[in-house]
Design a protein around this ligand. Sequence first.
Ligand SMILES: Nc1ncnc2c1ncn2[C@@H]1O[C@H](COP(=O)(O)OP(=O)(O)OP(=O)(O)O)[C@@H](O)[C@H]1O
Ligand SMILES: [Mg+2]
Length: 274
Amino acid sequence: MLEIKNLSSGYDGPDVLHNIDLEIAPGSLVAVIGANGAGKSTLLRTISSLIKSRSGSVAVDGKELTNSSPSSIVSHGISHVPEGRQVFATMTVAENLDLGAHGTSKHIAMERIDKVMEIFPALKERLTNPAGSLSGGQQQMLAIGRGLMAEPKYLLMDEPSLGLAPIVVQTIFGILPNLAKSGVGILLIEQNGQIALSVADKAVLLERGNITIRGTGQELLKNPEVIERYLGVGNSIGSDPEKQSVMSVRIRSALGSEDSALFQRAKSIVSLKG
Ligand SMILES: Nc1ncnc2c1ncn2[C@@H]1O[C@H](COP(=O)(O)OP(=O)(O)OP(=O)(O)O)[C@@H](O)[C@H]1O
Ligand SMILES: [Mg+2]
């Protein structure tokens, strides 16, 4: 269990995050949704120790990690996929992935790259290409893949949908429930509440650094306050809870189990190419 208790943090001025309590169980997907500037990235940065907490604690499986070094956070099984992907454009895809392996042997890194290729077959033919030549969606896959190279117990993802076309967003989000099912606990931060809630087991709304609403992903999708303030405006599905539910059922059933279409496709591509 990744346990965040009473966590507060900020930058030079007053606290940005206020007394955050959140638990991410292995194999579950927890979404944090909220507007621009709500403190979503600050939350991930504080968990990863990229900025220090001012109160509260972060613990993994009972081990206290509050304010330990960022590398120690990684070695305790937490990977952070940062906002804006931050892949190294002039390095190849394989080199970018290898950076995520954190000093494991070359042999193990190669095995892990193969696993990432099963999840993101679109990267397989691009392994020797510079990361900068990839599309936005492929770069996001690479950023997630790099996070997975550490074989994390918990994966923190900051706005993976940012700047991507809806169809690409669906592909990437389609993979997340299966990733969780494989045992990884996922903390997903999103401004795109609609899609995040569709795949989330549990979710919270973050407003001005405070958690104001909690529930399952489905509960938040149907919560009138959430709909009015975060889901209703400017998206293709609109605020109709029925349509939103249909959308999330569609996404879930498209993935569902291990013999889901997406996983079958990944496997068949890998076997064709391999
Ligand atoms: N490096 C920084 N130095 C000072 N203040 C910062 C810094 N980064 C963020 N902030 C402030 O902290 C608050 C929360 O920002 P944060 O980036 O966590 O929001 P967010 O929810 O991730 O927003 P977005 O959806 O735009 O990514 C904002 O008021 C922001 O101006
Ligand atoms: Mg952010």
